[in-house]
Design a protein. Structure first.
Lengths: 438, 49
């Protein structure tokens, strides 16, 4: 499979099965498009030379490479996933009232409210150690609501995890996902020292941020997030935002945050029911595509002046990325990755918390809904027809299962808008790689 | 080649051998800056670290 596309004045071809990326002349691009469409053509002299070059690529295994999925299929059928990541809902409470919050302003619309007790958190860490088999690296994200509303327990759990590392040979990688409101000179050094990743929320320009996250939140949060990001330096952290139908010009928000001095950025499309006025619609897609392209060009321009930043969704490592098995597996929700509520209930991921139909069990019983785990572990690129035939499958890995379920009633049916945006982001990422080399 | 500039020669199949395939040590992909839209292409293979 080959994906040929035009972007930013370039003509690019991605050979899906090998991962090879080529920049083509106009003649080669036209020939390739005809070849992909199965059209016959009478070649001009220029096109004949282009055809010869394309044949050379094919012979080198860099164009129209055959699918080598037999081995991956076998691997996926044999694999026995272990739990290697937990999302700990330290607080089903939040100090902010963001209008688009998928977590119902922190409580996920459930009776399982309040703060996670220390004993529940310890049980969760014991659970992942016990469930992780031979896997050494374990990830724990302290999430919410706002996890810093329960920060004393977070700190005790970090200490507990470090002690258990020594006993078990496991290695915990802790992430803190916070709105930043409770960051202070008192806790920033501790966070910097003890967390492998820190994710902080900011949506961009003051009016854009405050419209969805509350009046005055921009002015309150920016200095605190700046202090944390500054302490972090190049250690893993992201300032991440959400864009909605109210800021389809979100590239300006990304660039605003870059101008604030933040180096590691992520801004994502809102997850929302179509009934909400801020939800993205299919007819927004052309504007969003143009916005992503505008952002890619703007980021390239910044790089030329030494002001480059990393934008999460344009950040593709063609050479060092993961194996195909990882690429087709996706996020691992429901099998490798589970969310734990303050009361100790287990869900496939944070997006399913609050939907009792997806409760898998709890920390006392362990995972009881084995059928559901099986359903999730067998939901991957190779089992989803729309994904298996998609050129972006090894870069997207099948998309969010929760978004698929809530949009289409099945974790196997990806959400169209999400897919379209993902493909555009990947095109932009490939474009940026090509533009840097040409 | 006159009509082609190769940006990246491709190595996905090289990562499909017994040594690399599915060791499972890598990060879960929804555990970083994206809590709503999974991306794997920017993940790091632990074996390359």
């Amino acid at each position: 499979m080959v994906h040929a596309f035009r972007i930013g004045g370039l003509r690019l071809a991605l050979d899906v099965e090998s991962g090879a990326l080529h920049s083509l002349s106009e003649a080669a691009f036209c020939v390739l498009e005809k070849r992909i469409a199965g059209e016959s053509y009478e070649a001009t002299p220029d096109e004949a030379a282009a055809t010869h070059n394309l044949t050379q690529l094919e012979q080198a295994g860099q164009l129209f490479s055959p699918a080598a999925d037999t081995q991956v299929h076998t691997h996926m059928q044999k694999r026995k996933p272990v739990v290697k990541a937990l999302c700990l809902h330290m607080a089903h409470e939040c100090n902010l009232r963001c209008a688009y919050c998928f977590a119902g302003q922190g409580n996920y619309g459930t009776d399982d409210r309040g703060l996670m007790p220390l004993e529940v958190g310890k049980k969760a860490l014991d659970f992942i150690i016990a469930q992780s088999g031979a896997r050494r690296n374990l990830e724990v994200d302290f999430f919410g609501g706002e996890p810093m509303m329960n920060f004393d327990v977070v700190k005790q759990l970090v200490a507990y995890g470090r002690a258990r590392e020594k006993e078990t040979g496991k290695r915990f990688r802790f992430t803190l996902t916070t709105n930043g409101a409770f960051l202070s000179t008192d806790n920033i050094p501790y966070i910097n020292e003890n967390f492998d990743n820190v994710v902080m929320s900011l949506d961009g320009r003051p009016d854009v941020n405050d419209r969805m996250r509350g009046t005055g939140t921009y002015d309150d949060l920016v200095p605190k997030i700046k202090a944390m990001a500054s302490a972090r330096g190049n250690a893993s952290h992201y300032v991440r935002g959400t864009y909605t139908r109210h800021n389809l010009d979100f590239a300006t928000d990304v660039l605003h945050m870059a101008d604030l001095g933040f180096q590691y950025l992520s801004v994502e499309p809102v997850v929302a029911p179509p009934s909400e006025d801020y939800a993205l619609r299919e007819d927004d897609l052309p504007a969003l595509f143009a916005e992503y392209e505008k952002l890619a060009d703007a980021l390239l321009e910044r790089e030329k002046t030494g002001k480059g930043v990393r934008f999460f969704h344009f950040d593709i490592d063609l050479d060092g990325g993961p194996c195909i098995a990882k690429r087709v597996t996706g996020c691992g929700a429901g099998s490798e990755y589970l969310a734990v509520t303050p009361g100790g209930r287990l869900f496939p991921c944070h997006q399913f918390v609050g939907d009792d139909a997806f409760c898998l069990g709890d920390l006392d019983t362990g995972v009881l809904d084995i059928a559901r785990v099986h359903e999730f572990s067998h939901c991957h690129v190779l089992t989803k027809s729309e994904c298996a035939s998609c050129w972006a499958k090894y870069y997207c890995s099948g998309g969010c299962m929760a978004t698929a379920h809530y949009a289409n009633g099945s974790i196997l049916k990806p959400d169209k808008i999400s897919c379209e945006l993902m493909r555009k982001r990947i095109e932009c990422a490939l474009y940026m790689l090509a533009a840097r080399k040409i | 080649m006159e009509h082609v500039t190769t940006i990246f020669a491709g190595n996905l199949q090289e990562k499909n051998d017994d040594k690399h395939i599915g060791c499972g040590e890598c990060q879960t992909s929804c555990q970083s800056a994206c809590k709503t839209s999974c991306t794997v292409a920017n993940q790091i293979c632990e074996q390359n670290q």
